[in-house]
Ligand binder design. Structure first.
Ligand SMILES: N[C@@H](CCC(=O)N[C@@H](CS)C(=O)NCC(=O)O)C(=O)O
Length: 215
């Protein structure tokens, strides 16, 4: 058995943050496939009782610990590996600030938007999609501005703040219906910098479950 297990599925950008971190730090890890699309597994009483009471992926299992929330998982892995770790109180707080902003307003909107537009059966209400798209445009502009003056979110080196914020940004543009990188030049350049890190992989090559059977 690998040292780390990660409950995940390929279409989850929330899980991608953790899977990417594990790969970038060279961890000995294995995915545990969670069947969201045909079984709604995270919503089952068994999953909530045995894996995560919050009914979500990702969940990381390591040495008897079971952690959920990608921001918590990233923090744990940074502390244990010493890689992508914010140094000192100011950087720690700055990292937390960007992870919370990401969870609520960047990938926190991109995930549901892509799901309702492309993956949900039936697809989401256009009014809801329009609301989310407006919030996404606003948040991506804030991220693009931040990255216009520095190579990574905190400065000259990548940290877990960057690995959180890339969560949904490598999925194909046709899944969103707009091209994030083409519309935001600083985000595009930053995505290329993260992609060049040794161990980087696309979410569909890193986690099981793509393509969704029958689609
Ligand atoms: N803030 C959480 C979000 C986790 C989350 O929403 N995961 C989704 C998959 S992308 C999930 O498991 N949803 C289960 C459901 O809606 O039933 C994190 O960063 O880990």
């Amino acid at each position: 058995m690998a040292e780390y297990q990660l409950y995940c599925f390929a279409q989850s950008g929330n899980a991608y943050r953790a899977a990417l971190m594990l790969n970038l730090i060279g961890a000995d890890w294995e995915p545990i496939f969670v069947d969201f699309f045909s079984k709604g597994e995270p919503r089952t009483p068994e999953y909530r009782a045995n894996v995560n009471e919050m009914g979500e992926v990702p969940v990381l299992v390591h040495k008897g610990k079971r952690l959920s929330q990608s921001g918590v998982i990233l923090t744990y892995l940074a502390r244990h590996s010493g890689k992508f770790r914010p140094e000192g109180e100011d950087e720690e707080l700055e990292t937390l600030r960007w992870i919370i902003f990401d969870n609520q307003k960047v990938n926190g909107y991109l995930g549901p938007y892509r799901f309702l537009r492309t993956l949900a059966r039936p697809p989401g209400d256009p009014t809801v999609l329009g609301f989310l798209k407006g919030r996404i445009d606003n948040s991506l502009a804030i991220l693009d501005k931040r990255l216009a003056t520095r190579p990574f979110l905190l400065g000259n080196r990548p940290t877990i703040a960057d690995l959180s914020l890339v969560g949904y940004l490598y999925f194909p543009p046709d899944e969103f219906g707009f091209d994030i990188a083409a519309q935001h030049k600083s985000i595009a350049a930053w995505l290329e910098r993260i992609k060049a890190l040794p161990g980087w992989k696309h979410p569909y090559d890193l986690m099981p479950g793509h393509p969704i059977p029958g689609r």
